[in-house]
Design a binder for this molecule. Structure first.
Ligand code: HEM
Length: 409
């Protein structure tokens, strides 16, 4: 059963009182356009703030989010109320389980996503995919190109098709459609039936692929994520749920990171010059962009047991939102945190989470983007810039990125 925390009518500072400040002004619709001003106001109220508009208690600061991530026995992922992900994916993946059940599934995919496997197995594939889609961009020409539609989405999709071991019959358009419909389903807090219809349709399509793939991989195992899920003997419903999970996050977020980076560099020409002169490593630029415009703004947890946390009393059943994107703009952790600065190393940012659920694909994403997509894009199209006559579109605060990034050269 879920208990709402006991909010107070007027915002008060947290402290020994155990009361929780209320952000009755928090507006999720406004946050879709740009969440950062509201995140700053939330942090001013305190590390623990109740937002009635979303019925959730936000954890807002870097210290508090980090601590919550390190205490999964209190801040549980095995929720019976945060069920949109389970509904969207047609099963409960590792991300909605606690240890030891989570660890059994997570340890299955770790070997093929660690740095050594990324370098040996996936990096050459990522390199090929990037060249192919830069060719496509150049063929389209500087009048009509949209970096999201014509480069970031297909590159991220093809990389994931390869990592999952999906057959050539799966197109980048299929993967993009599946990933975006799952992400919309995971965020479908208002229960919109049209959104469920799209994620249900994707589940059916992905399951058709898995019906053929699973018996083949059982006979002939390989390096793919799907094969690794099978090799440890997980039940088939867990294999499928985690394949669907990987589709949801493994395409959408790398896609957003590619466009975020190009947008950040294009809107900061002096920093772009620093990077293109080789004075800031692409790896650091990637981490800083992930901190500054985090593709995942909030991750849900449910409080397992009555807890006092940073001066607030959180009853068991409280629905919590760990605001990763707010924590990444906390000036106590990152001086001048609102400033994009390629010369900082952004060590300790939380864009990939931390603790037991820390992103399994972070090394793959970094290799694909910081070693291949971005350097090659600027090597082959050195004059790449935002198209002055067409407008970029940002969207979202739980999942946030550019849905259109018109470019020219
Ligand atoms: C820049 C790109 C990416 C970002 C920003 C990102 C972000 C995240 C975050 C924040 C989490 C933790 C969520 C939570 O604690 O509730 C996570 C988990 C996860 N990510 Fe990523 N991700 C990215 C790319 C990828 C890729 C490429 C893959 C797969 C190839 C992937 C697979 C996963 C998986 C399987 C989990 C669940 C881990 C677990 O529950 O133990 N991610 N990701």
């Amino acid at each position: 059963m879920t208990h709402a925390p006991t909010p107070v009518a007027t915002p008060v500072a947290t402290g020994s009182t155990g009361t929780i400040p209320v952000a009755d002004w928090f507006d999720p619709h406004e946050a879709m356009h740009n969440p950062y001003p509201q995140f700053a106001r939330l942090r001013e109220l305190g590390p623990v703030v109740y937002a009635p508009a979303v019925g959730r208690t936000f954890i807002t600061t870097h210290a508090a989010v980090s601590e919550a991530e390190q205490r999964p026995e209190v801040f549980s992922s095995q929720s019976e109320t945060n069920l949109t992900m389970v509904r969207a994916l047609g099963g409960r993946p590792m991300l909605r389980k606690d240890d030891p059940a989570h660890a059994a599934e997570r340890s299955a995919i770790n070997p093929t996503l660690r740095p050594r496997a990324v370098t040996q197995v996936w990096s050459p594939r990522f390199a090929e995919n990037v060249e192919r889609w830069i060719d496509h961009l150049l063929e389209l020409g500087p009048e009509h190109a949209d970096l999201n539609r014509d480069f970031a989405a297909p590159v991220a999709s093809q990389n994931l098709i390869d990592m999952l071991g999906f057959p050539d019959s799966v197109s980048v358009e299929d993967m993009r459609r599946w990933s975006t419909s799952y992400i919309a389903g995971i965020g479908n807090l208002l229960d919109d039936p049209a959104i469920w219809a799209r994620s249900d349709a994707s589940q059916v399509e992905v399951n058709v692929v898995l019906d053929e793939l699973i018996p083949r991989l059982e006979r002939e195992p390989n390096s793919s994520i799907t094969s690794h899920l099978l090799q440890v003997g997980l039940p088939e419903d867990a294999v499928r749920a985690n394949a669907h999970l990987t589709i949801s996050g493994g395409m959408n977020e790398p896609q957003h990171m590619i466009t975020n980076l190009v947008w950040a560099l294009s809107t900061h020409p002096e920093q772009r010059a620093t990077v293109l002169a080789g004075e800031a490593p692409w790896g650091d630029v990637f981490e800083e962009a992930a901190r500054w415009q985090s593709p995942i703004g909030m991750v849900p947890r449910e409080v397992n047991v009555d807890t006092e946390f940073h001066g607030a009393l959180l009853p068991a059943g409280t629905n919590v939102g760990l605001l990763l994107a707010s924590a990444n703009r906390d000036a106590t952790a990152f001086p001048d945190a609102d400033r994009f600065d390629v010369r900082r190393t952004a060590r300790g940012h939380l864009a990939f989470g931390s603790g037991v659920h820390m992103c399994a694909g972070r090394w793959a994403a970094k290799n694909a983007i910081a070693d291949h997509a971005l350097p090659r894009l600027y090597e082959r199209i050195p004059t790449l810039e935002l198209a002055p006559d067409r407008t970029p579109t940002w969207d979202g605060w739980v999942f946030r990125g550019l849905t259109a990034l018109p470019v020219t050269w």
